[in-house]
Design a binder for this molecule. Structure first.
Ligand code: CU
Length: 373
């Protein structure tokens, strides 16, 4: 009897007072420990996703119904000279030639079937570690390819969110490859699409992928940035720069000015824009000058409700974050690392040019600058 009364009391004080919608949602949510759905991927439809260079994303649906699919993607390693700032040329190690590598997009419980190609013109062994994957060092143990080889691996994308992928050949080769540009991200969307803070579906008008990249370019005795004839030649000098923990260059999307001026991102007033931001190695703190994070998935997990209206938000090294902002005023916005030294002195900055009608209600200059009266 005592037990019954105690239970009733607990009920009155806690869960029975919850709104019914919250209770419904709680009962609907699946534990992260629940075993993922198992299908035989051999019986599933295969689709090929044509990857494109960031900041753009490949063609995909924001929400899907029906069975999981096997999404086939191909990444070709390119070791290439890249001018990351005027006169500064490095041996970039890249997936498909871009820094960062392409954004891959699938839906939760789809299978990702990746073919990693390492052409014989390359000089190093490479592989891929997907933070979205489960087991075998994120696939790194199963995907190591020497020049002249290719490998195909498959993993089930059981967690929804935005996840980094990067080359991870072992030991100090991991940071050497990652800080030479060998990283990218995959977005695993919930099958039903994204939901806002109230649990309602949210559709975005466009999406961009922006990655912060730190480089450690060695200098010669005269203080000039060194150039090398092949990637491995720079590694022992790079390891010395690593010891300072101070990058020589920090940029968005591989090279200084990749997303500013004529390369600025674009949007229209009223557009809801999904910004996907990753940083494979160092911590970043992102801010949109003149705007906010309307919806923000901290840590990039779509399993969590988005938080709202943040002014600045962290992207931890080895992590990625999704944010949706609806532009309300036209103009040129800066999307940057709010370590303002990284943004303004190094180049960790992008611009978004937004077209549309100005809304005086949100902001208005009441009088032009004039002599103090
Ligand atoms: Cu590599």
């Amino acid at each position: 009897m005592k037990k019954l009364i105690a239970c009733a009391l607990i009920c009155i004080l806690s869960s029975c007072n919850e709104p019914s919608s919250a209770k419904k949602e709680a009962s609907k949510r699946i534990s992260v420990f629940e075993a993922p759905a198992t299908e035989n991927p051999d019986n599933l439809k295969h689709i090929t996703e044509e990857l494109v260079a960031p900041p753009n994303l490949p063609k995909y649906e924001q929400a899907v119904s029906g069975d999981a699919v096997v999404v086939e993607v191909k990444l070709t390693v390119q070791e290439k000279k890249l001018e990351i700032a005027p006169g500064v040329k490095i041996w970039a190690l890249t997936f498909n030639g871009s820094v960062p590598g392409p954004m891959i997009v699938v839906h939760q419980n789809d299978y990702v079937q990746l073919t990693l190609v390492n052409p014989s013109t390359n000089t190093l062994t490479h592989n891929i570690d997907f933070h979205a994957a489960t087991g075998a060092m994120g696939g790194g143990d199963l995907s190591s390819v020497n020049p002249g080889e290719q490998v195909t691996i498959r993993f089930k994308a059981i967690k929804s969110g935005v996840f980094v992928y990067h080359c991870a050949p072992g030991g100090v080769m991991v940071p050497l490859h990652v800080t030479s540009g060998m990283n990218g991200a995959i977005m695993v969307l919930p099958r039903e699409g994204l939901k806002d803070e109230n649990g309602n579906s949210v559709h975005y008008d466009k999406a961009y992928y922006i990655a912060e990249q730190d480089y450690y370019v060695p200098k010669d005795d005269k203080g000039l940035y060194k150039e090398y004839t092949r990637p491995a030649e720079s590694f022992s000098d790079m390891l010395k720069v690593f010891q300072t923990l101070n990058p020589s260059h920090i940029v968005f999307n591989g090279v200084t000015g990749a997303l500013t001026g004529k390369n600025a991102l674009t949007a229209k007033v009223g557009d809801k824009v999904l910004f996907l931001t990753s940083s494979a190695n160092i911590d970043a703190r992102i801010h949109l000058i003149g705007g906010h994070a309307d919806l923000l998935w901290i840590g990039g997990s779509f399993n969590d409700k988005p938080v709202t209206n943040y002014q600045s938000w962290p992207v931890v090294g080895g992590g990625a974050v999704a944010m949706i902002y609806q532009f309300r005023e036209p103009g040129t916005y800066a999307y940057l690392d709010h370590n303002l030294i990284k943004a303004m002195a190094f180049g960790a900055v992008a611009q978004v040019k937004v077209e549309g009608a100005w809304d005086d209600n949100l902001m208005k200059q009441i009088s032009k600058p004039e002599k103090i009266k």
